[in-house]
Design a protein around this ligand. Structure first.
Ligand code: PLP
Length: 471
């Protein structure tokens, strides 16, 4: 399998070549040159597989430059009951007839990002060890991504993590999760500023190419292809759990921000998984819902981006959306590059006049959005109907699924975090906090290790330099 860039300007590359790369050299995102096809007979054969075996089958279709025995061992080490709470890894539960919940949030940080990030940690460690190299991961986080990355990379040979977060701005639970890590290869830097300041520092450091090369700076952001392909697995797993025969179709409803999670559903559908519709749910930051309703994609400025009670979906632009558009224009990289130049020039592009928006229907995408009041109502309604407390992001999805669901349609909602991460809103909805999963009872009182710094790129560079031992 070879990989191309969405903007058409990268020589075909292997999986290992794109694994550690952020953006492609032409500013685009890596895409497989074709989607492997999975027919009904293969689906029938895969139905009985456990999560690890299924993950190995699917990942092998995209990763052909890691020896099968090594890949199998990486997968087996990643998807264990000790890491994800059960052998099923992503169990399915039914909320009401025709409406199911795929539980993706039983990993170490209680959000779905663990499913992909845990695999990435083991893939990185394997590839770096083979090359005899090390990597310094630099990132900015407002919550879930940073903690998932740290829990995936803690204690890994050859890897250090430098994670910037806005000082005193994350939820108490998220802060405690990250800052209680004592592993010497994890460095938490609380920046006196907002998330955008952290992001700007990461960009400035990565933009200093000499510094980046000297200190082997890398990232683990949501455009990483390995993260996306790891997420394809649970669409298959969820489809098997919700069906009894290969003739049944299922729809998935996905709380979305950077479009990484639902893009994996799109890939699964293109591979031949019988997915009827992909329901995209946003919160008040509805840039994606707007596109699927009107055909106009208009990224927001950070000033237009609202802080909501489903904060992991508070995005101004959806980085992985470019992958979907690439498929929509039939892999025409020049066209994708022109559309993104159009954003730079005028702030938006529109696919109606060109007729390209007309192709969206065939991709199965539909969308909706929700508000804080919807979230509270859905958390309450779901609890009354099923006894289950869902988190605020998952509630955004359930609200949209109930709105869009047609009679007889079987819908799987993705649970993207556990409610304990967003306690304040649960208390607002139900009058009491959700139960804490075992092991998290006294998280906030654990000792903490972090450094506070000004939003100063030069100071952050010095900090990294001192801890990597120079060249
Ligand atoms: C990251 C995140 C999302 C958004 O997922 P994308 O892949 O960025 O669309 C939704 N919910 C939670 C809890 C998250 O952490």
């Amino acid at each position: 399998m070879r990989y191309l860039s969405t903007r058409g300007g990268m020589a075909p590359a292997s999986f290992r070549e794109i694994l550690l790369q952020g953006l492609a050299p032409d500013g685009g995102l890596a895409m497989p040159e074709r989607y492997p096809q999975v027919d009904r007979a293969t689906l029938a054969r895969w139905r009985g597989l456990d999560y690890r075996a299924l993950a190995f089958e699917i990942l092998s279709l995209f990763i052909d430059d890691i020896p099968p025995a090594a890949l199998r061992s990486i997968v087996d080490r990643t998807y264990r009951a000790e890491v994800f709470g059960s052998e099923a890894v992503t169990p399915l539960t039914t909320l009401q007839p025709g409406l199911h919940l795929l539980q993706l949030s039983n990993g170490p940080t209680l959000a779905f990002k663990d499913v992909a990030m845990q695999l990435l940690g083991n893939l990185f460690e394997f590839v770096l060890a083979e090359r005899g190299e090390s990597l310094n991961i630099l990132g900015a986080t407002s919550g879930d991504t940073g903690s998932a990355a740290e829990y995936a990379m803690r204690g890994k040979a050859g890897i250090r993590v430098f994670m910037l977060s806005p000082h005193e701005a994350m939820s108490p639970f998220q802060t405690a999760q990250m800052f209680s890590l004592m592993d010497p290869n994890i460095h938490n830097i609380a920046i006196r500023g907002v998330f955008d300041d952290c992001q700007d520092i990461v960009k400035a450091v990565s933009g200093d190419l000499a510094f980046k090369a000297r200190h082997r700076i890398g990232t683990v952001n949501s455009i990483n292809w390995a993260r996306l392909v790891a997420q394809v697995v649970y669409y298959f797993k969820g489809w098997f759990a919700a069906t009894r025969s290969e003739d049944e179709a299922v729809s998935f409803c996905v709380p979305s921000g950077n479009f990484g999670n639902i893009c994996a559903g799109h890939v699964a559908r293109r591979m031949g998984l019988p997915i009827r519709r992909l329901m995209l749910a946003t919160n008040e930051n509805n840039v994606l819902d707007e596109f699927f309703r009107t055909g106009t994609y208009r990224p927001r400025t950070s000033r237009e981006t609202r802080q909501t009670s489903s904060p992991s979906m508070d995005i101004s632009k959806a980085s992985n959306f470019e992958r979907y558009v690439y498929d929509l224009v039939d892999g025409d990289g020049a066209r994708v590059a022109a559309l993104w130049r159009e954003i730079d020039r005028s702030g938006a592009f529109d696919l109606v006049a060109s007729g390209e928006f007309g192709r969206v229907a065939a991709t199965g995408f539909v969308s909706g959005h929700s508000t804080h009041a919807d979230r509270l109502r859905t958390i309450r309604g779901t609890f009354e109907g099923s006894g289950r407390i869902v988190d605020t992001h998952t509630a955004d999805g359930i609200k949209v699924a109930l709105e869009l669901r047609e009679p007889g349609e079987n819908v799987v909602c993705l649970e993207t975090a556990l409610p304990v991460k967003f306690e304040a809103t649960i208390v607002e909805a139900l009058g009491r906090p959700p139960a804490r999963p075992p092991g998290f009872e006294s998280l906030e009182s654990a000792p903490r290790r972090f450094d506070v710094m000004d939003a100063d790129t030069a100071a952050v560079k010095r900090y990294i330099e001192e801890r990597c031992g120079g060249a």
